[in-house]
Design a binder for this molecule. Structure first.
Ligand SMILES: Nc1nc2c(ncn2[C@@H]2O[C@H](COP(=O)(O)OP(=O)(O)OP(=O)(O)O)[C@@H](O)[C@H]2O)c(=O)[nH]1
Ligand SMILES: [Zn+2]
Length: 194
């Protein structure tokens, strides 16, 4: 497999101590991250968040989306369970990269919704390769999970990749006046369950 669990170390956070795994994807040359907590072996399903990179929302406090609050809520839930995995996948802008995401934001500033903006730039509404999530979990030897998401495509893609998703845990966090239209488009056009 081209995805290698290349290095790991302790990662203390405000939600407790995780183990950080740096994963090297030899195909795309991208470096992904998995934060794990507790013993992941055994038959009990593992609580998992598959999070796509959003530099603006995760690190720069943007209120255009719900990514930052979802990221924090996921770490909180894993810490409460004492066991789980957060995959941080480098799929910025639903796979179109940072520069194109900001171009898409500029089009949204002129009135387009998030799907129209992607399409007008020549991209699919969602350009992510979700098989990566399955490969990452396989690299961590996790096969039975409770998935924290509102996105049914993530559930389907993981099932297709051979991961047993026994439960979907809703992630409704971070709604605000600036992301209302974004969230309603996710629901109306991208199939998110809110
Ligand atoms: N192209 C584009 N990408 C966006 C926009 N807003 C947020 N994103 C990206 O969308 C992705 C959000 O990913 P996730 O948090 O995994 O969310 P999701 O697929 O909506 O599903 P959930 O698991 O329900 O959160 C990140 O890669 C963001 O950078 C936008 O307006 N345009
Ligand atoms: Zn975001």
């Amino acid at each position: 497999m081209s995805l290698v669990d290349a290095a790991k170390a302790k990662l203390p956070t405000q939600w407790g101590e995780f183990e950080i795994h740096a994963l090297e994807d030899k195909d795309s040359q991208k470096e992904h991250v998995a934060l794990t907590m507790g013993d992941l072996s055994g038959d009990e399903p593992v609580l998992v968040r598959v999070h796509s990179e959003c530099l603006t929302g995760d690190a720069l406090f943007s209120m255009r989306c719900d990514c930052g609050p979802q990221l924090e809520a996921a770490l909180q839930k894993i810490s409460e369970a004492g066991r789980g995995v957060l995959l941080y996948l480098r799929q910025e802008g639903r796979g179109i990269g940072l520069v194109n995401k900001i171009r898409a934001y500029a089009l949204q500033d002129q009135g387009m919704d998030t799907v129209e903006a992607n399409e007008s730039l020549g991209f699919a509404a969602d350009a992510r390769d979700f098989t990566l999530a399955g490969r990452t979990l396989q690299a961590l030897q996790v096969s039975k999970i409770k998935l924290m998401t509102n996105n049914p495509r993530k559930v389907a893609a993981l099932e297709e990749a051979g991961i047993d998703v026994v439960e979907r845990v809703p992630m409704k966090y971070g709604k605000n006046p600036h992301n209302e239209k974004y969230l309603s488009t996710k629901h109306g056009k991208l199939g998110h369950l809110f």
